[in-house]
Design a protein around this ligand. Sequence first.
Ligand SMILES: Nc1ncnc2c1ncn2[C@@H]1O[C@H](COP(=O)(O)OP(=O)(O)O)[C@@H](O)[C@H]1O
Ligand code: SF4
Ligand SMILES: [Mg+2]
Length: 338
Amino acid sequence: MSDVILELKDLHTHFFTDGGEVPAVDGVSFKLHKGEVVGIVGESGCGKSVTSLSIMQLVPNPPGKIVRGEINFKDDNLVNFREKRMKQIRGNEIAMIFQEPMTSLNPVYTIGNQLVEAIRMHRKLSKNEARAKAIEMLQLVGIPRSDEVIDEYPHQLSGGMRQRVMIAMAMSCDPEVLIADEPTTALDVTIQAQILDLMRKLNQEQDTAILLITHDLGVVAEMCDRVVVMYSGQVVEEGTVREILKDPKHPYTKGLIRSLPKIHEKEQKLYSIPGTVAKPTMDATGCRFAPRCEFAFDRCFKENPELYQLANERSSRCFLYDNEERGVEEHVQTDSRG
Ligand SMILES: Nc1ncnc2c1ncn2[C@@H]1O[C@H](COP(=O)(O)OP(=O)(O)O)[C@@H](O)[C@H]1O
Ligand code: SF4
Ligand SMILES: [Mg+2]
C-alpha cells in the first residue's frame, strides 16, 4: 500500500489548564493509506480522542490548542485551515463517529431532516428523491421500519440505532476517511458486531479508509490492517495487526495483550498492567511507561526513548530496541514467554 491519504507529522496538542500545560498529544506521527483500516489503541487517557479531535480541528479551544505539527490530508495541511474550510471537510471528505452519537446528532431535527441535508450536500437530488434515498440508507444499515424512523427524533432511538444513523450519515457522504472513536463501546455485544460489520462494508465497498480508535484489542484483531499503540500522549509501537498481536515489542503492548481474556483457557486469571496512565506533564523525564514497566532499568528513568524503527512502519519506543541495549532485549524476549 502506497497512497497515503492522511499523515500526522509530529503533532503536539496541549491543554492550558489552571493546573498547568498538559501535552495530551506529544509528538504523534502516523500514516493512513487509502482504503486501509488503522487502529489506535491504548488505555483511557492515552490521548486517542484528542488525536482524533485534532484531525477534525474540534479540540475545544480554550483550553486546547495544536501547538506544533502537521495533519496532511491529501495535499493540504489541515492545521492551516480556517473554520469555514474545515466545515467543508468535516462530514464530507472526513466523517467522524463518536461513542455517544447523541453528541453529533442534532436533537431538535428529525433523523430525516439531518440525513436528507447530508445527502443533498453531495448529490443533486430533489427533497423527495433525497428522502427516498435516506429511507434506503436507513434500511441498508439495518434500521427496522425505516419509513417511520425517518420522521423520529434522535432521543426516540436506542444507542445502537443512533449509531446506525451516524453510519448511514457517514455512508451517504461517501467520505475518503472515517474516524470512529470508540464507536461500539457503549453498545451490547450483538449490536457491536453489527456496527463493526457495517464499517467493514463501508471500507470494502466504498474503499473508505478508517481510523478506528478503541481500547479493545479484540475489535482491533477483527477489523484492522495496522495498529498504532499510544501511551501517555505518544506513539509507543506501530505495526501490522498480526505483528502487534503475535509479536508485540513494547512492554506496554505486551501488557495490553496479556490483559486480553483468553477464551480457550478454562481458568480465567485476568492480568492487568499495574498502576495507571500518568497524566502527561511538560517536565516529564524518562520513559513515560517506566513506573509501570517490569523491564525498566536505570536509563529508563533518565531519558525519554525515541521511536526506534525496526522495519518499515514497524517501530517501538523502548530502549530495549536501541542497538546499544541488545543484550537486554534478548533477556526480555525469553522472559516474556509463557
Ligand atoms: N478539555 C480538556 N482539558 C484538559 N485536559 C484534557 C481535556 N481533554 C482531554 N484532556 C487530557 O488529555 C489527555 C488525553 O485524553 P483523551 O484523548 O481523551 O484520552 P483517551 O481518548 O485515550 O482516553 C488526558 O490526560 C486528559 O485528561
Ligand atoms: S524504555 Fe524502559 S521503561 Fe520504557 S518500556 Fe522500555 S524497558 Fe520499559
Ligand atoms: Mg477517548
